[in-house]
Design a protein around this ligand. Structure first.
Ligand SMILES: [Zn+2]
Length: 341
């Protein structure tokens, strides 16, 4: 539901000519995750753009926008009207394919990579990816997972997909410690090395190692933090855990790759960020942080709760879509005000 405005913009943007919108446009932050040349199972590899489609998106960014390095963010936030076509491009999580596929397609464009430090070079998969594999691939049967509704039946494909969506939503709402226990129970549902083989097969979900992050930095990519473990930073999380996600992630990234000023919240929507989260980000010394609420970049507001639009798999019409993002600003402001108190 949180993406309703983004979806509306996505639909409207297809039908409104870009020229008609230019005067209402404003600067925006846009993000993607990964880019793949081939996909095995779109139910699992939801986060990745098709390389051919992504190349068209990159062309649009070059042709129709003023794509800027994130170092310009303060200048743009101070006077958005002076930068109506400014775009900050970002990639979340730190997938290996950002180096092997996306970086070439984005040659010449500045962009920022937000990495979840605990996953870089460790072989630790994203918890939500493990959960998705469980719902879609665990042996058929009835399961009793800790901290989730008492009984779960997995059988047919449609049932599994519905269970995945509902189950992952419920999992996301848990405190990190409980979610870890639930994900451990999901892993235990797989016999022998069957989970390891699945994890190995979906190379799209493999993270970079630190050498890969440094290689991207050497190509001009700005490195930001996407927390330590890829998990929501809502109000059920403890102060100590939030400290690790912010100051801990920053210290690790700085030790590996140098200065790290920018932060992006995992999942990043209204249920995933609490009032303590943005304060922890500020206290850790970051200068700006990005949500996944749709909106345009405007003056004022909380620079630790900035809007960002997730580029959809078929969003080749960004020139008419991005100018509509300001429609989300009212909801963004309400969220910022709620989290200020
Ligand atoms: Zn993420």
């Amino acid at each position: 539901m949180g993406n309703a405005l983004g979806q509306l913009a996505r639909r409207l943007g297809r039908f409104i000519p870009a020229g008609a919108l230019r005067h209402v446009g404003g600067p925006a932050a846009l993000f993607f995750h990964g880019v793949e040349r081939q996909t095995l199972d779109t139910r699992v590899q939801l986060n990745h753009h098709d390389a051919e489609m992504f190349a068209r998106i990159a062309d649009t960014l070059r042709r129709d926008f003023d794509v800027r390095p994130l170092a310009d963010i303060d200048r743009v936030l101070a006077d958005p009207a002076a930068y109506p076509r400014a775009v900050f491009l970002m990639s979340d999580d730190g997938y290996a394919n950002t180096l092997t596929v996306a970086a070439d397609l984005l040659e010449g464009l500045p962009w920022t990579l937000f990495v979840s430090s605990a996953h870089i070079g460790s072989g630790l998969p994203s918890p939500v990816f493990v959960a998705r594999l469980f719902y879609l691939y665990a042996p058929a049967g009835t399961y009793h997972l800790p901290h989730l509704p008492p009984s779960l039946r997995l059988a047919g494909a449609a049932e599994r997909e519905a269970a995945a969506d509902a189950g992952i939503d419920a999992l996301r709402a848990l405190p990190a410690g409980q979610a870890e226990e639930t994900v451990a129970a999901m892993r235990a549902a797989f016999a022998g090395d069957s989970l390891d083989r699945l994890l190995a097969r979906f190379t799209s979900e493999h993270f970079l190692d630190w050498n890969g992050v440094r290689a991207l930095k050497a190509r001009g990519v700005e490195i930001g933090a996407h927390a330590d473990t890829h998990w929501p930073m809502h109000e059920k999380q403890s102060d100590a855990w939030l400290l690790q996600q912010t100051a801990g992630a920053r210290a690790r990234i700085e030790a590996e790759t140098g200065p790290c000023r920018f932060f992006a919240y995992p999942f990043g929507n209204t249920p995933d960020i609490g009032p303590k989260a943005w304060r922890a980000v500020e206290a850790a010394g970051f200068s700006h942080a990005f949500t996944t609420l749709s909106g345009s970049l405007s003056a004022g507001g909380n620079r630790f709760l900035l809007p960002r639009y997730g580029i959809g798999p078929h969003d080749t019409h960004l020139a008419s879509l991005v100018p509509l993002l300001g429609a989300g600003n009212r909801r963004l402001r309400a969220f910022q005000q709620r989290l200020a108190g």
